[in-house]
Design a protein around this ligand. Structure first.
Ligand code: ATP
Ligand code: MG
Length: 366
């Protein structure tokens, strides 16, 4: 049987892991590098095509090896580029979803249109509107630029009038969303896949902890059947409302009034890297299965698993673990260099071991 072909837009670690997990399914990969993007992560995993300005979409599609499907490892990708491939093959997730997810205001409105609970928010652009929005929502508030926000970048948590004064020049004249600060006990995410023919599978809830706005630790399953049910409901609603194909991640706050949706990621997600160990199919394998309309793999995770991100650290830990993934990137402070996975039948033990792992990797408790 001839191999199936998938092209991925992006050449980072998410593309790398999709290819590594897709190859055993008999899938061949090609990668599109945009704007001189570094391709270290995907070397040796398939053809790499460097995009040139003004390149004809059909020529690009040919260069990518005429894939059956095109997907992306990121939401910050030109929607026009995605649409330009649609005459040749399906693009999953569909560009209309990427268009929402790459703009926080459109995303928030789409979430509320689907009936999902989000923090009270207001659109604001420029000093006057920012002040009015914070006035209306109260402190603490989060000012987030509508575009180019990731890993806590381009957002400002304002807890006082002084914070607001400092944030205003930084936010400048760009379009922003101002959100009321949610008082949360913890953050969780739910990740699931929907295949082209509509099969849906979700992983257990994952508890997430951040460091300076970047994910540090994910632990699963977050054991709360009621919240799991709510999260599965939100995920399924979005998957169906958006006619979504592929893996989708939904990030939520656990608040006193239940789950509040923070944002979505229309792709495989850092908080799902633990799915390499535990479930039968990882999020990467299920994304590839979903977009090729293959039956989805099992997502159950009977034994607790944790993932510690290696941020600006590229030395494998000595402590006992269940796998170290190093993405092969050049070391830079705070950069996602890899991750470590731990598994333990005892959740308390797992938490303790995760803390020790963080201490070893970072030389301190965080
Ligand atoms: P990432 O790419 O890591 O998901 P991001 O840049 O997209 O981050 P958000 O997820 O919106 O940004 O916010 C980053 C973090 O800031 C959240 O995980 C949460 O800890 C905190 N945060 C954001 N919005 C709020 C809010 N409304 N109330 C309380 N905390 C918030
Ligand atoms: Mg986030």
């Amino acid at each position: 049987m001839s191999k199936r072909r998938v092209a991925i837009i992006g050449c980072g670690q998410l593309a790398q892991m999709m290819a590594q997990e897709g190859q055993p399914l008999g899938v061949e990969f090609s990668f599109l590098a945009e704007n001189g993007e570094n391709t270290d992560c995907v070397k040796g995993l398939g053809t790499i095509v460097e995009m040139e300005p003004g390149q004809d979409p059909e020529a690009l599609y040919q260069a990518l090896g005429r894939p059956e499907v095109i997907t992306s490892e990121r939401e910050q990708v030109s929607v026009d580029l995605l649409r330009s491939f649609q005459p040749f093959c399906p693009v999953y997730p569909d560009p209309h979803i990427t268009e929402k997810a790459q703009h926080r205001l459109r995303e928030k409105r789409a979430l509320t249109d689907s009936g999902l609970p989000v923090a009270p928010f207001a659109a604001a652009q420029g000093e006057k509107e920012l002040r009015e929005a914070v006035d209306q929502l109260g402190y603490p508030a989060f000012i987030k630029s509508c575009e180019n926000g990731y890993d806590g970048k381009n957002q400002w948590c304002v807890k006082s009038a002084a914070d607001l004064d400092a944030a205003i020049p930084q936010a400048g004249d760009q379009e922003c969303v101002v959100e009321a600060g949610v008082n949360f006990a913890c953050e969780v995410s739910i990740i699931g896949a929907r295949s082209a023919s509509g099969e849906i599978k979700a992983y257990p809830l994952t508890e997430n902890r951040h460091r300076n706005g970047t994910l540090l630790l994910s632990t699963a399953p977050y054991d709360n059947p009621e919240l799991l049910k709510a999260a599965e409901g939100y995920l399924a609603t979005l998957l169906k409302d958006w006619d979504y194909v592929g893996v989708l991640a939904v990030e939520c706050f656990v608040s006193e009034s239940g789950l509040i949706v923070n944002e979505v990621a229309p792709r495989v997600h850092n908080s799902g890297h633990w799915t390499f160990v535990g479930p039968e199919a990882s999020q990467f394998a299920n994304h590839i299965r979903a977009i090729l309309d293959m039956p989805l793999g099992d997502t159950a995770c009977p034994v607790p698993v944790a993932m510690v991100n290696m941020l600006g650290v590229d030395v494998a830990p000595k402590q006992d673990n269940d796998g170290v993934w190093l993405y092969g990137k050049a070391l830079r402070p705070g950069r996602k260099m890899g991750h470590v996975i731990l598994q333990d039948p005892d959740m308390d033990q797992l938490r303790e071991r995760s803390e020790k792992m963080i201490e070893e990797l970072y030389g301190e408790k965080i």
